[in-house]
Design a protein around this ligand. Sequence first.
Ligand code: AMP
Length: 397
Amino acid sequence: MADIHTYDFAGKRALIRVDFNVPLDKETFEITDDTRIRAALPTIQHILKNGGSVVLMSHLGRPKDGPEDKFSLRHIVGHTAELLGVPVQFANDCIGEQADDMSAALKPGEVLMLENVRFHKRETAGTESFAEQLAKHGDVYVNDAFGTAHRAHASTTVVAKFFPNDKMFGYLLEGEIKAVDKVLNSDEKPLTAIVGGAKVSSKITIIERLLDKVDNLIVGGGMAYTFVKAMGGEVGNSLIEDDFVPMAQKIMNDAKAKGVNLYIPTDTIIADKFDNDANRQEVKIGEIPEGWMGLDTGSETSAACREIIASSKLILWNGPMGVFEMENFQQGTKDVANAIVEATEKGAFSLIGGGDSVAAINKFKLADKVSYVSTGGGAMLEYLEGIELPGIKAIRD
Ligand code: AMP
């Protein structure tokens, strides 16, 4: 593989797989969160500055049957041009004569955006002939789409084989890989993982893998109650996965055997219904009355988490401590976020990775106070599970 830091882009057309799958307003098609576009700017700007031209390819949404205006990347062109400060041309299809002519005519410093690659079913099927058509647009392939690196699609993975010597990671993808590797493979200690979220079932593989790596593992969110039940506690109407009670028990045993300090919340904020305006009480976590459910962690838990996090050198956070989307049940998640910020200020490296904890850190406006916030939800989860992501492998092979 080549290296974006040293590669000579002069006179070359760089075909960049970006993740411009941004949320759009349903009526006006205005971009409601441009984080993903901003995240790709350093790669694009670097290539333009070094005398290259750029062809941007991405998907947007999940079109089912060919082109649909609401999933058109033309809605993104204007804002991308604004952010880049250069005009962005647009090809109405990602393959075919018009797109080929436009990419062939690109001069150094020019930018072309292709229409949604998922308007062709062969994209998600990973069809080689389709990838070959995409490959025609570039002399060099740059993958900067961490959010889709876990998909073996034509534009994320298969296309790389047409650039045996001229394929590389973009800055964003490289940064994501470095951040996870720093957390999972560095010798610094203690390493603390905070794993929350709704269900044990969706985090089980990550937890098992983390048990071999971490010094402290804090379990939070809905899945904590399955652990509490495994310990014989009363959990009322809390979210429970009965099938996973034995698994929770096994995790507790494994943690002990591996010398991992497994922290299960000790108190909780309970509610008499799943509603922000429900009646609330703070109780011991194993003493939840019938008809009540735990929707957040309590103050004793926050204090304990804060202490563990404060003594950590490396911190990985995945999944909220409670139903943080509701104002009245966000405190536990906010406390953990603030504890991570404080530890980071004192020199710890903190990685916030995977879906809802990223949403939480953004909601609390603390994203710039932690070391790294991942852009890839599903991709980050699979990476943490130890799966070699096809998009990453295709560049390295
Ligand atoms: P995940 O996508 O698995 O990380 O789960 C995130 C979701 O878990 C968020 O939407 C939270 O509202 C939800 N969640 C967190 N704590 C609880 C809880 N105690 N009961 C029900 N859902 C929860």
